[in-house]
Design a binder for this molecule. Structure first.
Ligand code: AMP
Ligand code: GLY
Length: 424
């Protein structure tokens, strides 16, 4: 099978590394990929948002199977177009992916299917939204309806903050079209967990759990990022809780989508708040998580390509999902300044030393090979230093040993990834 993975982050590096191990993979391409992915796949110089370019690459290279990594491409209907071209695709079409790209759609679907989530109201008028905030009091959460690269959510501790968030989205349009509608919702308290389920549109199977750390600084302080580290499995979700989540949250939502004529093909990622009264939905994503993928796929014993292909070809019912005994933890190395402004182009050394440690893999996110073949930083999140070990505590120790072997003065990381899992 000739396989094309679409995307360029750490998630796509983990996907490529897992797919490349499959005996069914005869040739692996990635569009556009990064310097790390280039060691396992042939990187094609096609921009991730160039849908026509990706379709042309599929034809030029006789691609048999496409795996879509990022959300924006699913919203753009890339999976629909790939399937229209006669090529199986891992990833939902635009209609099923609306569960991620419109928070209002997701909340209405939860309400209709009785899935527990924060109480909410949708607004297309800024004054009405502001008036509502004043009747509610704080804390409350203001969300731009559409995709906003993880920046569209404000957890407001004061009325002023909530009103400012409405103005940013609806008056100043800082998220463009994504903010023409906002959802205002109840604040939920608890620990967050990420829950992943594979679906072929008819059958679905539990995949794995993980927890990530979004805030940039130790102690979960500072502004939110795309994710500064993660571990899998999530100790807070035991087998009984997993079954409860499948029954109360996943099944009604997947059935609800199917009943609307929008069967879901790919991976459904539920962001959950584990509250005192039980699991409640924070958000749904229609794709793998980043950095959660970098800790889930190294744990997978089964053939990843066979599993993803089964989702794309209505044959998940016969697929087995087996796991190694180990847990995994990943620490993100980011460029100093991230998630604010940062410089590109600094040189990174020592990845080979880090990867010489047992169980350690370094997935690349924003990296680029310079003309003189130096490895350089080319983004905010740059490396995902991942370790597999028998416990999360061991994996944490090993991952930080590996981090300390990487020579990159312009980078930084959190020093406490996994603290909740290690304490319990
Ligand atoms: P989202 O993009 O919807 O996942 O939101 C980003 C982050 O905001 C989540 O990971 C939570 O930490 C927080 N958040 C979102 N909605 C809520 C809510 N209703 N209650 C508490 N925290 C929330
Ligand atoms: N880890 C958060 C996300 O992928 O959206």
């Amino acid at each position: 099978m000739k396989v094309l993975v679409v995307g360029s982050g750490g998630r796509e590096h983990a996907l490529c590394a897992a797919i490349a191990q499959s005996p069914q993979c005869t040739k692996l391409y990635c569009a556009p990929g990064n310097a790390g992915i280039a060691d396992t796949a042939e990187c094609l110089p096609v921009k991730v948002d160039d849908k026509q370019g990706i379709l042309a690459a599929c034809r030029a290279h006789n691609i048999d199977f496409v795996v879509v990594g990022p959300d924006a491409q699913l919203e753009q209907g890339l999976a629909d177009d790939v399937r229209e071209a006669g090529i199986p695709c891992f990833g939902p079409g635009r209609a099923a992916a609306e569960i991620e790209w419109s928070k209002g759609f997701m909340k209405d679907l939860c309400a209709r299917t009785d899935v527990p989530t924060a109480a909410y109201k949708r607004f297309t008028d800024a004054d009405a939204a502001k008036a509502y905030i004043k009747t509610q009091g704080v804390p409350l959460v203001v969300k731009a309806d559409g995709l906003a690269a993880g920046k569209g959510v404000t957890v407001a501790q004061t009325v002023e903050e909530a009103v400012a968030a409405v103005e940013d989205a609806m008056v100043d349009h800082i998220f463009g079209k994504s903010g023409t509608e906002v959802v205002i919702e109840e604040f939920m308290e608890g620990q967050e967990a990420s829950f992943f389920v594979l679906s072929d549109g008819k059958t679905h199977k539990f995949f794995a759990t993980a927890q990530d750390h979004k805030p940039v600084f130790d102690g979960d302080k500072g502004p939110n990022t795309g994710g500064m580290g993660a571990y899998s499995p999530a100790p807070i979700i035991d087998d009984a809780m997993r079954d409860r989540i499948m029954h109360e949250i996943i099944e009604p939502v997947l059935n609800g989508l199917r009943d609307m004529g929008r069967p879901f093909t790919g991976v459904l990622y539920a962001g959950l708040m584990m509250t005192k009264t039980g699991p409640r939905v924070v958000e749904f994503n229609a794709r793998f998580g980043d950095p959660e993928t970098q800790v889930m796929l190294p744990r997978l014993k089964s053939d990843a390509l066979a599993l993803l292909y089964a989702c794309a070809t209505d044959s998940l019912d016969t697929a087995a999902i087996e796991w190694r005994d180990e847990a995994a933890l990943t620490v993100i190395l980011a460029t100093k300044g991230y998630p604010g402004e940062y410089k590109k182009g600094s040189v990174i050394r020592g990845i080979d030393k880090a990867e010489a440690l047992p169980g350690v893999t370094v997935f690349h996110a924003g990296t680029r090979r310079a003309d003189n073949s130096d490895l350089t930083a080319n983004g905010g999140r740059v490396l995902c230093v991942t370790a597999l070990a028998l416990t999360i505590k061991e994996a944490q120790k090993r991952a930080y040993e590996a981090v300390d072997l990487i020579d990159w003065p312009e980078g930084f990381c959190r020093r406490d990834i996994g603290w909740r899992a290690v304490e319990t």
